[in-house]
Design a protein around this ligand. Structure first.
Ligand code: SF4
Length: 329
């Protein structure tokens, strides 16, 4: 640990204590912020776990190092707390692709279908939906709805939607959104890297295009990919998701080599080059100035109430699903 980090840690510990705040970070923010969250008693997790962790904290303020919808989810589950985001401009292409008015119109044209939305949506979209899901629970939840003869609208990620359809054969009406990071992975270059490395495992987030998923040894949520990187018997791991996840993977397996799935090559536009431009807006400097700006996230009470219903339905389903799978295994 370098001196500069030690000093920063000391400062942030005092800063959080004095402001009665807890720092909670996503796997995709930079290594330093992830470390600061861990070393100050906060957590690093996926968006839902971040919000759930927040509910268990005694502090009155939660600082979210991530993107806006993560802050909103934290507010929905913790309306009595003050939620701050490090940069209010940090959004997400999936969230941005799914605006209230056009999405409502889309849903209205399929009135007999349940609306299932991914966590990467705004609070307003969650509030008009029947279900919110994370990538870890999307397939069992969609299967469960289909087993009750319910028809489904899926939003906003077309790639995750296509993956769920491929896995389950269930028909869904899918919204046309995409993550600009995962959409950039290039199939031919990934094949070349696999051939070049020989002994390797390929871990892919399902927000990636089908042709990338087809090359995967493991497909799953951020948490699943981190666990898979540790369990893998290969020395070389290729990862198709935001590069800052490497911090957690390297911590668990320092002896392994980690490679980014290629984003350059035929047809490349290099919109993101495997980095989320909005996650990159989270910096140490902004963190320590967070209470001097307009960084608190406020949401309409009705939006909170309605969005909470669809999130809580998922949490109940998730708890039941994992209890049942533990009983079966
Ligand atoms: S990596 Fe993609 S899905 Fe995640 S926040 Fe950035 S744009 Fe959104």
């Amino acid at each position: 640990m370098n001196i500069q980090y030690t000093e920063k840690l000391k400062f942030v510990k005092n800063f959080l204590r004095q402001n009665d705040a807890k720092l909670i970070a996503h796997y995709y923010v930079d290594e330093e912020l992830q470390k600061l969250a861990e070393d100050t008693g906060g957590c690093v997790a996926d968006s839902l776990q971040m919000a759930k962790f927040g509910s268990q904290q005694k502090e009155s303020k939660l600082i979210i190092a991530g993107v806006r919808f993560m802050g909103e989810t934290a507010k929905i589950l913790n309306p009595e707390k003050n939620i701050y985001v490090i940069d209010k401009d940090a959004t997400c292409s999936l969230d941005e692709s799914c605006q209230l008015e056009p999405f409502q119109k889309f849903c209205n044209s399929f009135p007999d279908r349940e609306i299932v939305v991914y966590a990467n949506t705004s609070a307003k979209i969650k509030a008009i939906s029947d279900w919110v899901v994370t990538s870890s629970i999307a397939i069992p939840l969609v299967e469960n709805l289909a087993s009750q003869n319910k028809k489904i609208i899926w939003a906003p990620d077309k790639y995750l939607g296509a993956y769920i359809q491929d896995q389950t054969g269930i028909d869904m009406k899918i919204w046309n959104g995409a993550c600009i990071v995962h959409e950039e992975y290039k199939t031919i270059e990934l094949k070349k890297l696999i051939t070049h490395l020989g002994d390797c495992d390929v871990l892919v987030h399902p927000e990636s295009p089908r042709s990338i998923i087809q090359l995967a040894d493991v497909v799953g949520s951020t948490t699943k990919l981190i666990n898979a990187s540790q369990k893998s018997k290969s020395k070389n791991i290729i990862v198709a998701t935001e590069k800052n996840i490497f911090y957690q993977m390297k911590k668990l397996s320092p002896e392994k080599n980690f490679f980014e799935a290629p984003t350059e090559g035929e047809g490349a536009t290099c919109k993101s080059c495997g980095r989320c431009p909005w996650m990159d807006l989270n910096t140490y400097k902004k963190l320590i100035n967070i209470f001097t700006g307009n960084n608190e996230l406020l949401l309409d009470e009705l939006v909170i109430r309605n969005a909470k219903k669809s999130i809580n339905r998922m949490i109940e389903f998730e708890d039941k699903f994992y209890q049942e799978s533990t009983r079966v295994s």
